[in-house]
Design a binder for this molecule. Structure first.
Ligand SMILES: N[C@@H](CCC(=O)N[C@@H](CS)C(=O)NCC(=O)O)C(=O)O
Length: 240
């Protein structure tokens, strides 16, 4: 499809939510401009003109290319990473961001839902807040996510889809943080989780994470060294 108007992505290099959208935009081969929002010095026009809740990611879609702080008045302003993934699947049908089969599409959404309603909380509570007991809930939620994976391939089959774009930024960061002992969690709990995730019970999830990291669509959006530096700098990952 010929893209019908400009796309601007408002982003942060720290943000796994932005990462979701970047993967899908690349997969769709969309022509887009990226503008990094500095969290320490958020421009007031961002909430006024783009995303009233002030978070990233957000996109503007439509109209001619223009300065990021002055989006075309006719452009749509869309926030929430998962909603943006849905929009991109609709805008770029030939990119197959979602499978064409209705049942597989539903399964992709269920996979995303399993991550969003359970695993994300485990991830946040263990790595960024450290809530007591979150080691257990993180492993339980990962087991439930793993149970949804087909025997081989990605979340809903051999082809990468929005389901993978939605979870990959988190699973890969989780693996990286555990390998480098970064995050709020007590060191021994991190070591125990890493051991569990390397064990037979989580073999399918480990293979999935490995396949994600080897996938061309993911590799073009990920630099492990830079991300490790960013994660280590994030105040929310510092142990107290
Ligand atoms: N539910 C939102 C979450 C977005 C979100 O939490 N973004 C964070 C970055 S990872 C953010 O903008 N934080 C800066 C702030 O809240 O000021 C989505 O899926 O897009």
């Amino acid at each position: 499809m010929v893209q019908n108007g400009q796309i601007t992505l408002y982003s942060s290099p720290y943000s796994p939510f932005t990462h979701r959208v970047r993967i899908a935009l690349d997969q769709a081969k969309a022509d887009y401009t990226e503008y990094v929002i500095d969290f320490a010095n958020k421009p007031s026009w961002y909430a006024e003109k783009i995303n009233p809740i002030g978070k990233v990611p957000a996109i503007t879609y439509g109209g001619p290319k223009s300065a990021p702080e002055n989006p075309p008045p006719e452009s749509a302003k869309i926030n929430e990473s998962l909603v943006i993934l849905e929009l991109l699947a609709d805008l770029f049908p030939e990119a197959n961001l979602l499978p064409s089969d209705p049942v597989l599409r539903a399964q992709a959404r269920l996979f995303i839902n399993a991550f969003e309603t359970k695993a994300f909380d485990g991830f946040k509570d263990f790595f960024f807040m450290y809530v007591k007991g979150s080691d257990k809930s993180l492993l339980e939620s990962l087991e439930a996510l793993q149970a949804r994976l087909p025997p081989t391939g990605f979340a809903v089959g051999p082809e990468w889809s929005n389901a993978d774009s939605a979870v990959a930024p988190f699973l890969v960061r989780m693996d990286l943080m555990l390998r480098h002992d970064v995050g709020r969690y007590p060191q021994e709990e991190g070591a125990a989780i890493l051991e569990a995730l390397r064990g037979a019970k989580f073999a399918r999830l480990a293979k999935y994470i490995d396949d994600i990291m080897k996938s061309p669509v993911f590799k073009t959006t990920w630099d492990e060294e830079i991300n490790l530096k960013l994660i280590k700098l994030n105040p929310a990952t510092q142990r107290k």
